[in-house]
Design a protein around this ligand. Structure first.
Ligand code: HEC
Length: 180
């Protein structure tokens, strides 16, 4: 009987406790606040991720590709990651190698931002899918004396995806300039 009376008096005190002393509020009252905080945090994560997607410099290119092409582009993008140590796609960053913007159709060693080595200039290759594949699979084998020190991309599949990707991203104005 005593227990029942106490519970009864607790119930009666409940609303008073809530308004006068928040820290002693029962957990069931604090839970909605926790859920709201969690929802706010989730929303923030979604907003940040959404903004990151908007900042993807290849967004416009990706939007114009079919699903299989997008997959190919993504594979090429991964294969190209090591290239950005020495090259950029903006023409505005000073790196060891020339910018690759506008490389298709250009003669070797004649990037506007950087003159190539004597070897690359003398080779006077017009860069297209075939010559790029030959060069990128074995740079110093194709152009002896080139200063591009890279083992080359040996896998034919990776090479083909890389060139597909380069074909799209090196077109002047094709992507947002991120300075990379
Ligand atoms: C260690 C630095 C380095 C890496 C990594 C590198 N390159 Fe190079 N690349 C160079 C240099 C330096 C040159 C200039 C070579 C010369 O003048 O002989 C060059 C030249 C080139 C050229 C010829 C540019 C022109 O205008 O004639 C292309 C195309 C190229 N690189 C593409 C790539 C790609 C694609 C990758 C990634 C698979 C890559 N490079 C990785 C340093 C690098």
């Amino acid at each position: 009987m005593r227990m029942t009376r106490e519970r009864g008096s607790d119930d009666a005190r409940g609303p008073v406790d809530r308004s006068t002393n928040r820290s002693s509020a029962p957990t069931c009252i604090r839970r909605p606040a926790r859920a709201t905080r969690l929802a706010a945090r989730l929303l923030l994560v979604l907003l940040v991720c959404g903004a990151a997607a908007c900042r993807d410099p290849d967004r416009a290119i990706l939007a114009g590709l079919s699903a299989p092409e997008r997959a190919r582009f993504e594979r090429g993008r991964s294969a190209a990651v090591p290239c950005w140590t020495c090259h950029d796609l903006a023409g505005s960053v000073d790196k060891v190698g020339p910018s690759l913007v506008g490389v298709f159709g250009r003669r070797s060693g004649r990037a506007p931002d950087q003159q190539g080595s004597d070897a690359l200039l003398a080779a006077s290759i017009v860069w297209d899918e075939r010559s790029l594949a030959a060069f990128l699979s074995d740079p110093s084998g194709f152009v002896p004396g080139t200063t591009m020190v890279s083992p080359g991309v040996r896998s034919p599949d990776a090479l083909s995806d890389l060139i597909f990707y380069l074909h799209h991203v090196t077109r002047p104005g094709a992507r947002a300039d991120t300075g990379r």
